[in-house]
Every structure is written in structure tokens, then in C-alpha cells.
Design a protein around this ligand. Structure first.
Ligand code: ATP
Length: 419
């Protein structure tokens, strides 16, 4: 039987939207790595009742419940008292903790421990104290029937310090035999909408996925397919991922790019390095976004020479050699102009490869035959140029983001022989 965790994060500031619940995200990742996946999370107000209800519900479904926040010295810090009440463990003064607290305050030059802080030396009867290397409120671990309940301070640095210290050891000791890490792999795609991808994936998905879970994670730059599997043995998990990924390949292959962090610029730079090729960019509606994304990557200077932001038609003509009568006849947002921009910037910069983008980012500037979101982009490599037309949805930022991504993907496919 697998081990399950539940989280209770406490604090009005989380519910008021003032603080993002980063503790839940961080704990979720750590627990998955330990093989104790979180099956439920509650976020509750600084209220005795809410804390007790959430902890009660969590102990019913989980082997371990982690509660974060509300261990401080102020009257709105209610967690310790609420959980002690729920579990029928009266609070007792822990002398060792008190001495340590007093020493801490003395070291800060204060001769007396503020009365409020004495509450932090109160421990529910029988609870184990987990050392906090970065603050005054220690973690507190106690049994509630078969479930382990652990109280942690809300300050992220303190919570992490306790987890990475005594709590991690405690969890491994107690659950290590039964726990299997949640392993995952991500297949990155771009250029296909989530719904269409899901439909096609459903057609080829191997029927025996077993315990493996598949999730679609869409974003402006594409859709990630995440495969997760709880499995003790790393190479067994890898073999399973490979098997399923191979089954998906006919569908995802045309849209796939390989990159550890999921950034296509890494794949593009890698492909350029493999070809020993240099790159230049000519950008109109993306205004330098592609150049920025490429130069965000350390080491990009080995391939990237530079670019032209060719916003005005005159710049397209003077800097890139796009003939004015072509712009006149076809418009600045056209296949021929995109092609000429890519070829022109490659020539001007003496680059082996080039990307160009010209489009209508909006909100104004659209027309019936070229509505907002119409984007032509081209990629050129050693004299061969390919171009693509897209009509992107979304606001100005979304159109530009999608256009930059699509142009980078076109170059990647040109370099690796997919177009
Ligand atoms: P302490 O009294 O030691 O500061 P505490 O246990 O009382 O800790 P809180 O008072 O609840 O913790 O929160 C302390 C700080 O930590 C606040 O600034 C709060 O915004 C932040 N914090 C609390 N919970 C979370 C959370 N779930 N994710 C991220 N930050 C949090």
C-alpha cells in the first residue's frame, strides 16, 4: 500500500491573495521525490475551527499530514493550540526549548524573553521537537492514530530548514520501506493545440499504461505532456517511459522538441552547434523577442551574430534589401517579405542560418484578409528558405510570444530535416 501525504497551509494572507502558497508547492515536490505523494491540500484561515477541521479531514486520508504556518508568537498564531486541542494533547512547557529560546534572545542583546515568545516553547504532550536551524519555532511531530501530524512554521526558509534536516530523516525512517518516488518525464511539443493533441494521443496511447499518469500542460509556447510513475527502481521507470514515449512518437514527433528545461532556444542552439552554423534574426512584430530569448542563454554568442528589428518598411528595404515593390504588391505581412527578410539578414550578417517574422500583433492594424494574429515567418539555412503562415489567437503579448516560438520551431525543423 503506497504512502500518502496531505497538506494544510494556514494563513489569512494566503486566502487574501497577499502571499502565494509556495510552501505547498515546495512540499509537494519534496514529498513526491520521497515517494510520499500529496493526495490532498487544504488552505485555511487563521481560525481554530478551520485548522481543526482541515487536520481532522486530512488525518482520515493520509499517512502523514504536514501543517504549515501559525506557529509564531502572536495571538493570530493558532496552529499549535488548535492541533493540541484536536488531538487531546495538552500543551506543556518544554524546558530545553525554553532555555534555547532564552539563549537566542540573549545573544540578540535582549535580557528578557518576551512573554509572547514563551508560547513557542509550548509543546503538545508527547510531541517530538524538530530542530529549526533558521528560527525560533521548531517543528512538532506527533501521532494521531496511525497518522503522523507535523506542524511547521510558515516562513519558507524555516520550513525548508526543518524538512531538509530532521523531518526528512524522520519521514525516510518511518516510510522509506513503503515509499516509491514519483518519477516523471516531459515531452515538449509546440505548434499543435492541446485539444487536437489530446485527440491524437488518445488514438495511439498504449492501452497498458498501468500506474502511469499522463497530463497535458498547455502554455503560450506549446503543450507539455507529462508522464508520471511511482516506481522504486529508476531504470524500470525509464524503460516504461521509453515504451510509452515510443508509442506516442508518431503523433508527437512532428511537434516535438527536446530540451531539459523545456526552452526551445536550447534545442535551436544545440542544432546550430551540430551544424557548426551561425544565426541572424530579422524581426518585425516580435520587436527583438527572438533575439532576447536566444541571448538569454549563456553561450549563445557561439552561434548568434545579431539581428535587425525591421519594424518600418523602410528598414526592411534599407537594412535587409526587401524590394519596395514587393512590399507594395503583397504587403509587409506576406510570404515573400518574410522570405526576403530572412535571406536579407543572412546575407547582411554573413550568417549560415536566419529567422524572420512579420505579422499583425494587434490590437489595431488588422484587416479582413489579414486579421490581428496573422503572422508570416521564415527560416533560412544555407540558401534554402521555408516560410509558414499562422493566425494566432490572444492579445498582443500572446501573439508575439507565439510568433517567436513558431519561428524558432521552424528553424529547428529546417536544421533537423523535418521541413
Ligand atoms: P513565524 O512566527 O516563525 O514567523 P509562523 O509559523 O507564525 O512563523 P506565519 O506567521 O503563518 O508563520 O507566516 C510567516 C511568514 O511566512 C509570512 O510572511 C507568510 O507570508 C509566510 N508564509 C506563511 N505561509 C506560507 C506559505 N504557505 N507559502 C509561502 N509563504 C508563507
Amino acid at each position: 500500500m503506497s504512502v500518502r501525504a496531505a497538506l494544510v497551509t494556514v494563513g489569512d494572507e494566503l486566502l487574501l491573495g497577499q502571499t502565494i502558497d509556495s510552501n505547498a508547492a515546495w512540499l509537494g515536490r519534496q514529498l513526491a521525490d520521497l515517494g510520499i505523494p500529496v493526495v490532498r491540500g487544504h488552505t485555511v484561515a487563521d481560525s481554530r475551527n478551520e485548522i481543526q477541521e482541515a487536520v481532522r479531514a486530512s488525518t482520515a486520508v493520509a499517512d502523514v499530514v504536514l501543517v504549515s504556518g501559525g506557529l509564531g508568537p502572536t495571538p493570530d498564531d493558532l496552529t499549535r493550540e488548535a492541533v493540541a486541542g484536536l488531538l487531546d494533547r495538552p500543551l506543556e512547557l518544554d524546558e530545553t526549548l525554553l532555555v534555547a529560546l532564552e539563549a537566542r534572545f540573549e545573544a540578540r542583546g535582549l535580557d528578557r524573553l518576551p512573554a509572547n515568545n514563551r508560547s513557542q516553547a509550548q509543546v503538545p504532550q508527547g510531541a517530538r521537537v524538530l530542530r529549526n536551524p533558521h528560527g525560533t519555532a521548531p517543528g512538532l511531530a506527533m501521532e494521531a492514530g496511525d497518522t503522523l501530524v507535523v506542524l511547521l512554521p510558515g516562513v519558507p526558509r524555516e520550513l525548508k530548514g526543518i524538512f531538509e534536516g530532521e523531518l526528512g530523516e524522520l519521514l525516510t525512517e518511518r516510510f522509506g520501506d513503503r515509499a516509491s518516488p514519483v518519477r516523471m518525464t516531459v515531452i515538449h511539443t509546440t505548434g499543435i493545440p492541446e485539444s487536437l493533441l489530446a485527440e491524437r494521443v488518445a488514438d495511439v496511447l498504449p492501452p497498458d499504461l498501468g500506474a502511469m499518469a499522463l497530463a497535458f500542460l498547455p502554455g503560450l509556447r506549446g503543450v507539455d505532456l507529462r508522464l508520471t510513475l511511482q516506481e522504486k527502481n529508476e531504470s524500470a521507470a525509464e524503460a516504461e517511459f521509453d515504451r510509452v514515449a515510443q508509442g506516442l512518437q508518431p503523433v508527437v514527433g512532428p511537434y516535438r522538441f527536446e530540451s531539459e528545461e523545456g526552452d526551445i532556444t536550447a534545442s535551436v542552439l544545440e542544432a546550430l552547434a551540430e551544424h557548426g552554423a551561425t544565426l541572424a534574426t530579422a524581426e518585425s512584430c516580435t520587436g527583438g523577442l527572438i533575439g532576447k530569448r536566444i541571448t538569454d542563454r549563456a553561450g549563445s554568442s557561439s552561434a548568434y551574430l545579431g539581428g535587425v528589428v525591421a519594424y518600418a518598411n523602410d528598414v526592411k528595404t534599407r537594412q535587409l534589401g526587401v524590394e519596395p515593390d514587393l512590399i507594395e504588391a503583397h504587403g509587409a505581412v506576406s510570404e515573400v517579405v518574410a522570405r526576403r527578410m530572412a535571406e536579407g539578414v543572412a546575407r547582411t550578417f554573413g550568417a549560415d542560418a536566419a529567422i524572420s517574422v512579420t505579422g499583425v500583433a494587434g490590437p489595431g492594424g488588422g484587416s479582413p484578409d489579414k486579421p490581428v494574429g496573422t503572422v508570416w515567418h521564415a527560416a533560412s539555412y544555407q540558401g534554402r528558405t521555408v516560410a509558414e503562415l499562422h493566425t494566432f489567437q490572444g492579445n498582443r503579448d500572446a501573439v508575439r510570444e507565439r510568433a517567436a516560438q513558431a519561428a524558432l520551431f521552424l528553424l529547428l525543423r529546417l536544421l533537423d530535416g523535418r521541413v
